[in-house]
Design a protein around this ligand. Structure first.
Ligand SMILES: CC(C)(COP(=O)(O)OP(=O)(O)OC[C@H]1O[C@@H](n2cnc3c(N)ncnc32)[C@H](O)[C@@H]1OP(=O)(O)O)[C@@H](O)C(=O)NCCC(=O)NCCS
Length: 130
């Protein structure tokens, strides 16, 4: 039988079975990075991949009680100011007006619609040039 599974579900199996191999080279993604906003604990997280000259934002998340206080903006601003890149791309749910507004505020523009990107909902793909 051959089938597709969740990537996360096989990481421990790989680690346990290939102890002598250079498994970290491909199990741990060295291009994946995270920025946190911390002030009396973590209040916001931005996760992205930096692949040479290209950045892909995977998610920006600000905890409920701390939203609309500029934390999401600080995270995006930190990413832009502290990296050299040709472009940043991301996908955002078409219904997520807060996040779309946040990204537009930082110069992201819409490129295309990715159909059913989030299960049954579409995503807008956005880009910001470096
Ligand atoms: C989207 C999110 C990260 C914004 O974080 P935040 O810290 O509240 O954002 P900021 O306070 O820095 O606001 C930045 C801009 O976002 C937009 N925005 C934020 N909250 C908004 C709201 N409730 N309604 C409309 N626009 C909103 C505005 O354009 C705002 O700029 P302004 O203050 O100049 O008007 C936050 O709402 C969140 O974590 N949402 C859940 C996770 C998510 O959807 N992440 C994005 C997809 S991966």
């Amino acid at each position: 039988m051959i089938k597709e599974v969740e990537s996360l579900s096989v990481i421990d199996i790989l680690k346990n079975n290939f102890k002598d191999e250079i498994i970290n080279d491909f199990v741990i993604n060295p291009f994946n990075k995270t920025i946190i906003y911390e002030e009396d604990g973590i209040k916001g997280i931005l996760n992205y991949d930096l692949i040479y000259d290209r950045i892909e934002i995977n998610y920006v998340f600000v905890f409920n009680d701390y939203r609309m206080q500029g934390i999401g903006s600080k995270l995006i601003n930190y990413l832009i100011v502290n990296n050299k890149f040709d472009n940043i791309t991301l996908e955002v749910n078409v219904t997520n007006k807060k996040a779309i507004n946040l990204y537009k505020k930082f110069g992201f523009t819409e490129i295309t619609i990715r159909k059913k990107y989030y299960h049954d909902q579409d995503a807008i793909m956005m880009i910001r040039m470096g």
